[in-house]
Write a protein that binds this ligand. Structure first.
Ligand SMILES: Cc1cc2nc3c(=O)[nH]c(=O)nc-3n(C[C@H](O)[C@H](O)[C@H](O)COP(=O)(O)O)c2cc1C
Length: 454
């Protein structure tokens, strides 16, 4: 295989005991370790042994009302990723931070710090947050409107990038003899005044090793996709069928042109939940075992929450009450996911109970139970037919589901020339084949609008 041949990019989505909603009840998982750094260290080191591009921590700022039925989301991403940065050497570290409930200066500084700590291995999953559980921890009015959240996100990202560029790459002088620590003319205040933020700058930390940590996004609504096309370099997405995956991929990439971007400057990574067995029967048994641990009451609760209607008054073994459901356009939180579940239920004629089971493993992301060969076949199909540049791996249970993937599926992908056999770069941008934004290209624009810093 030539070294220029396109290869898969694999990200591990770490979620406490795994992505299956009942994984915490499985005999092989360790729910008491959801707040134990050593547990995450082991997962990160396994992922690095498997040469994965990156690992990813999701985040929300509230305790779900359903916590009776499920384990904690995990630890706070910045602190945990700092610990994982020194427990690993090559794997990328992607953390979530909300543009709705943070200030850009804080986020620019934290990711710059993390990029320095990790030697250029960080990425930011930019989220606008969904749901009132988080919202009520910040304001009484609940979640801001969808459009407003994205408008704020747009300005937020512009400010963060401007702050990263407020230091030229070679701003540090450290000339002990002359007594010059920093070249003042290479620091550039931002002087940003916009609708949501007023930020003078510069940042109080040098430009990150990657220039800009990798920008990741996962919105699925029209506004979300437009935002991703404009700023994102990797996109996580929930696609339930190969056909939908292809449509999403083509749609997203075609939107990039109007922002002057090339299609390969953004990697599309659909969620992929693999239940692995040495035989297909063994994989199916594992799946049935996990499904058998689900609690219908919880399933009804989460579907009610998504569809914004109390489904507990409808028969579990009957269809969704389509006439009573709000349209996706009326949904203020997860528009993309709302549409995905509706389409799936309609297309497959699912009852409420069926829909609970279909989404128990991975919340609507693609899920497959099979052998390592079958799983590699499926990944190859998505990759070669325009549905994916790689995958967001969502093991149904941890750590076993990850061990199996690394030990059994990764070698199969390598045999096919679809995945690296060693890390060739040092930074997360290197792994994803994405260029480092040079200060000259990006920073000058901001610098020309500002006075120099003396
Ligand atoms: C794989 C994946 C991971 C996500 N992680 C988070 C997260 O950590 N925190 C969060 O608030 N939203 C998260 N989201 C939600 C998205 O950022 C986005 O808000 C959601 O898809 C709704 O956007 P939309 O209304 O544009 O569809 C995630 C979505 C996906 C597909």
């Amino acid at each position: 295989m030539s070294s220029t041949e396109r290869q898969l990019h694999l990200n591990l989505f770490i979620l406490n005991t795994g992505h299956h909603e009942a994984s915490w009840r499985h005999r092989d998982t360790l729910p008491r370790q959801a707040a134990d750094v050593h547990y995450y260290k082991r997962l990160a080191q396994t992922a690095e042994r498997g040469l994965l591009d990156s690992l990813f921590l999701s985040d929300a700022y509230g305790l779900p009302p359903t916590i009776r039925y499920k384990v904690l989301q995990g630890l706070e991403p910045f602190t945990l990723l700092s610990a994982l940065a020194v427990a690993t050497e090559r794997i990328g570290l992607i953390g979530t931070a909300s543009t709705t409930y943070n200030e850009p200066f804080h986020i620019a500084r934290k990711f710059a710090s993390l990029d320095h700590i990790s030697g250029g291995r960080t990425g930011w999953n930019i989220v606008t947050s969904t749901g009132n559980t988080t919202a009520f921890n910040f304001r009484d009015e609940g979640l801001p409107r969808h459009e407003e959240r994205y408008e704020r996100a747009d300005e937020f990202v512009e400010v963060v990038r401007g702050l990263w560029d407020s230091w030229e790459d070679d701003a540090l002088a450290v000339d002990k003899a002359a007594g010059i620590y920093v070249h003042p003319d290479r620091l550039h205040p931002l002087n940003h005044k916009g609708k949501f933020f007023a930020v003078r700058g510069p940042l109080n930390i040098p430009r990150p090793p990657q220039g800009h940590p990798l920008l990741v996004q996962a919105g699925a609504s029209d506004t979300g996709k437009e935002f991703a096309a404009k700023v994102a370099e990797a996109v996580f997405t929930a696609q339930n069928t190969l056909e939908d995956g292809r449509l999403f991929y083509a749609d997203l990439k075609s939107r990039m042109r109007k922002y002057g971007r090339q299609a390969d400057q953004l990697k599309v990574l659909p969620g992929f939940c693999a239940i692995i067995g040495d035989t297909e029967a063994e994989a199916r048994e594992r799946e049935a075992e996990l499904h058998g641990l689900t609690q219908a009451e919880y399933g009804v609760y989460r579907l009610s929450n998504l569809f914004k209607i109390d489904l507990s008054v409808y028969p579990l073994d009957g269809p969704l009450p389509y006439d009573a459901l709000p349209e996706t356009a009326e949904i203020n939180s997860q528009k993309g996911r709302h549409q995905l579940y509706l389409d799936m239920a309609r297309r497959e004629g699912l009852t409420i109970r069926d829909l609970i089971m279909r989404t128990a493993s991975s919340r609507g992301h693609y899920a497959i139970a099979g052998t390592p060969l079958q799983i590699a076949d499926e990944m190859e199909r998505w990759f070669r037919t325009g549905a994916a540049d790689g995958f967001n791996l969502m093991p149904p249970y941890l750590p076993g589901g990850l061990d199996d993937f690394v030990d059994k599926v990764v070698p199969e992908l390598q045999n096919r020339g679809l995945f690296r056999t060693e890390y060739t770069g040092l930074t997360l941008r290197d792994h994803y084949g994405l260029a480092r934004p040079s200060w000259r290209e990006y920073g000058r624009e901001h610098a020309s609008a500002s006075r120099s810093f003396t």
